[in-house]
Design a protein around this ligand. Structure first.
Ligand SMILES: Cc1cc2nc3c(=O)[nH]c(=O)nc-3n(C[C@H](O)[C@H](O)[C@H](O)COP(=O)(O)OP(=O)(O)OC[C@H]3O[C@@H](n4cnc5c(N)ncnc54)[C@H](O)[C@@H]3O)c2cc1C
Ligand SMILES: *[C@@H]1O[C@H](CO)[C@@H](O)[C@H](O)[C@H]1NC(C)=O
Ligand SMILES: *[C@@H]1O[C@H](CO)[C@@H](O)[C@H](O)[C@H]1NC(C)=O
Ligand SMILES: *[C@@H]1O[C@H](CO)[C@@H](O)[C@H](O)[C@H]1NC(C)=O
Ligand SMILES: *[C@@H]1O[C@H](CO)[C@@H](O)[C@H](O)[C@H]1NC(C)=O
Ligand SMILES: *[C@@H]1O[C@H](CO)[C@@H](O)[C@H](O)[C@H]1NC(C)=O
Ligand SMILES: *[C@@H]1O[C@H](CO)[C@@H](O)[C@H](O)[C@H]1NC(C)=O
Ligand SMILES: *[C@@H]1O[C@H](CO)[C@@H](O)[C@H](O)[C@H]1NC(C)=O
Ligand SMILES: *[C@@H]1O[C@H](CO)[C@@H](O)[C@H](O)[C@H]1NC(C)=O
Length: 566
């Protein structure tokens, strides 16, 4: 099919010499002042001019803004998400030209670099109404702009920024509606759900508070400050949680959503209406089919739970090997018990936070004590505990007492879904985990309800249904690093990813927490759902307004994602 298109294009003179390219800021085709003022007249808010937040510190001799504020909040996810021009990882505010020149704005002014716009879109719409989104989408389509849909800016592949682009910022769409008898559009009156509807700017901390205020809990992302978006990229990519083994992934908890598509139509999608779109958006990737305006989730009963915490620095590599071996053997039991959580480990250390929903304290102790004994025996530097909580909220506050952390650093990551079956020969798995020089993070988010859900019920990569663990590694660099230093770190991440690739040949990865350098992203992120996802994308976005790195349809564009290849 693709080859056929190539041949067809080759036959049309001029098509290849004049590829279709997006209109970027500073290009002659960029809308003029008059066109922007016409756009302005239709919007509820002033157009915004996003800048890297660090620009407040420049010029160093006489800062243009409140630099203290930026310094104090640089690692605060909520603060970063409140700034239109801020990404959670500042490297995605940065642009590196093919020749290696870096355009950025560094917080540390002493480094002596100028402050540049880099990868931050220079103009955008601060959407507060559905009409704002509609107006902005129609404008971007009409002028063939490079469009960036930004919610919180958490994306680990920099999909919420692009140089010279036009931004639609969903952050201020904050409405939340609880309905204990929600009936999806097009459903019979008897099909009711206890549901929470979140507009697309709502973040997990707000969704959790709203669920709790209504005596319910909701499956969501887990990070300091709860700043990840609850109804944007997280759910479109899959949405994992420590509660997924009990309640399913984010995509499995969606009842309905509303979305603005490229034509400017505002659609409702669920299993009854626009069911193809409903299928695709649940796992087929953010920024690809249109702009979500709301997501309606099932809520769940609040139950007490037991928090399981352990941490150890191994007294010797041999002890480390023994502990990791036992731990890896224990991993498949977690989802059978509906336990989830996350672990970081290396040959020198293990740190883990696990949650056992609605379990008895005595049962949890009995299950974990043999491993705890081994761990305490392994090293004097060991902490183990099991702690009862009355519900999700108190556990969440205990695990993330501070809003700061996990963001604000220059990082790239890479990942693989580790299938259940690999745990049958756990010795090999242990060798591979121990061979990673910088350790690895294991998210205990697969199995249980995730595996019991029909792989074809959502566009999500079917590999998720066979996975036990989502494993993530990464690396970072200080600001001011040279392009060679950055490329060395990127190469090291690629090398470590190839170790995981050898562990799971032809393996799969999670769209939202992954590498920018996947050689075969269509397979790696979507498996055999790719073709159906692509045809649904073509139906709702025939001209390719919504394109993101490694997303469905992105392979038709060049590496800048600005020019169509075929
Ligand atoms: C600190 C931290 C913790 C994390 N924890 C978890 C976790 O517990 N579980 C998990 O699964 N993932 C987690 N992630 C990964 C997270 O799912 C992704 O970063 C995801 O892309 C965030 O979506 P967002 O809408 O908040 O961010 P953004 O960066 O604003 O958007 C991400 C992508 O979605 C698109 N998008 C945003 N809003 C919309 C919309 N309304 N309609 C259509 N497309 C949209 C954007 O264009 C972009 O492509 C975490 C990330 C970070 C940085
Ligand atoms: C600058 O930010 C700091 C820290 O957030 C705050 O305390 C201070 O009041 C701000 N200064 C001004 C002039 O707004
Ligand atoms: C690299 O390319 C950019 C953009 O074309 C240009 O502005 C810059 O001067 C170049 N740098 C070097 C060192 O050639
Ligand atoms: C800022 O950069 C200077 C010059 O490289 C360095 O000496 C200093 O330690 C840096 N400051 C911080 C806070 O990193
Ligand atoms: C916003 O939320 C309120 C309260 O839940 C609800 O009554 C209202 O209809 C919502 N508005 C929109 C635009 O969704
Ligand atoms: C929690 O566990 C108790 C005891 O096993 C059980 O009776 C109850 O149904 C469970 N509640 C939920 C919501 O799973
Ligand atoms: C569980 O174990 C902890 C110590 O590890 C202990 O303090 C607690 O009393 C135990 N709980 C039950 C119910 O046995
Ligand atoms: C604890 O360590 C000792 C000596 O290394 C060993 O003999 C014993 O079997 C270990 N106990 C457990 C529970 O691993
Ligand atoms: C393990 O070592 C690190 C770094 O030295 C230290 O911060 C941590 O407290 C140690 N952990 C335990 C459980 O002793």
């Amino acid at each position: 099919m693709k080859n056929f298109c190539w041949i067809a294009l080759l036959a049309v003179p001029g098509v290849l010499s004049n590829p279709r390219c997006r209109c970027l800021y500073d290009d002659p085709c960029w809308p003029n002042d008059n066109e922007f003022s016409q756009l302005q007249s239709k919007l509820s808010q002033q157009l915004i001019s996003p800048v890297p937040p660090e620009s407040a510190c420049y010029p160093a001799s006489n800062p243009s803004g409140n630099c203290t504020d930026v310094e104090l909040n640089a690692v605060n996810g909520r603060w970063r998400s409140d700034q239109a021009g801020s990404m959670q990882s500042p490297n995605f505010e940065t642009f590196i030209f093919p020749n290696g020149t870096i355009e950025a704005c560094f917080l540390n002014t002493s480094l002596g670099f100028p402050c540049d716009q880099g990868n931050v879109p220079p103009i955008g719409v601060d959407a507060r109404t559905i009409e704002d989104i509609q107006t902005a989408v129609v404008f971007a389509a009409k002028h063939d702009l490079r469009l960036v849909v930004k919610n919180t800016g958490h994306d680990y592949l920099g999909r919420s920024s692009a140089r010279g682009a036009f931004m639609i910022w969903t952050h201020h769409l904050k409405n939340i509606t609880y309905n204990s008898n929600f009936v999806p559009e097009g459903a019979s009156e008897s099909e009711t759900y206890n549901a929470l509807t979140l507009q697309s700017g709502v973040q997990w901390f707000e969704a959790y508070d709203a669920a709790q205020a209504n005596g319910r809990m909701i499956v969501g992302g887990l990070s300091p400050g709860g700043s990840v978006g609850a109804a944007g990229g997280w759910v479109s990519g899959g949405g994992h949680s420590s509660f997924a083994p009990r309640h399913g992934l984010g995509v499995d908890n969606v009842i309905q959503f509303t979305m603005m598509v490229a034509s400017g139509e505002h659609l409702t999608a669920n299993t009854h209406i626009n069911s193809d779109l409903f299928w695709a958006v649940r796992g087929g990737g953010g920024g690809t089919y249109g702009i979500l305006t709301s997501v309606t989730y099932r809520t769940h009963e609040i139950t007490p739970l037991i928090g399981i915490f352990f941490s150890s620095n191994f007294s010797s590599p041999a002890v480390g090997r023994e502990v990791i071996s036992e731990f890896v053997k224990f991993c498949p039991k977690l989802p059978d018990l509906e336990w989830g959580g996350w672990t970081s480990l290396s040959s020198a250390t293990i740190n883990s936070i696990i949650v056992a929903p609605n379990a008895s304290w005595a049962d949890v102790n009995a299950t974990i004590d043999p491993f705890f004994n081994l761990l305490r025996n392994a090293s004097a530097d060991t902490i183990t505990s099991t702690i009862p909580f009355d519900g999700f909220s108190s556990w969440y506050q205990a695990v993330f007492p501070e809003p700061e952390g996990e963001v604000g650093a220059n990082i790239e990551i890479a990942s693989r879904l580790i299938p259940q079956e690999l745990f049958e020969d756990s010795e090999h798995l242990v060798e591979v985990l121990l061979s990673l020089p910088n350790g690895i993070g294991l998210n205990h988010v697969g199995g249980g309800k995730v595996s019991r859900t029909d792989p074809d019920s959502a566009g999500l990569n079917p590999a998720w249904r066979k996975a036990l663990i989502h494993a993530v590694l990464g690396g970072g660099w200080p600001e001011g690093a040279t392009v060679d230093e950055i490329r060395t770190v990127q190469q090291q991440i690629r090398d470590e990813l190839s170790v995981l690739e050898n562990l799971v040949p032809g393996g799969d990865s999670y769209f939202n927490e992954a590498s920018l350098y996947e050689p075969n992203p269509q397979h790696t992120f979507f498996g055999d759902h790719y073709e159906r996802l692509e045809s649904i994308k073509d139906k709702y976005d025939p001209l390719g307004l919504f394109i993101v790195a490694e997303g469905v349809g992105s392979e038709r564009w060049d590496s800048s994602l600005n020019c169509l290849l075929y």
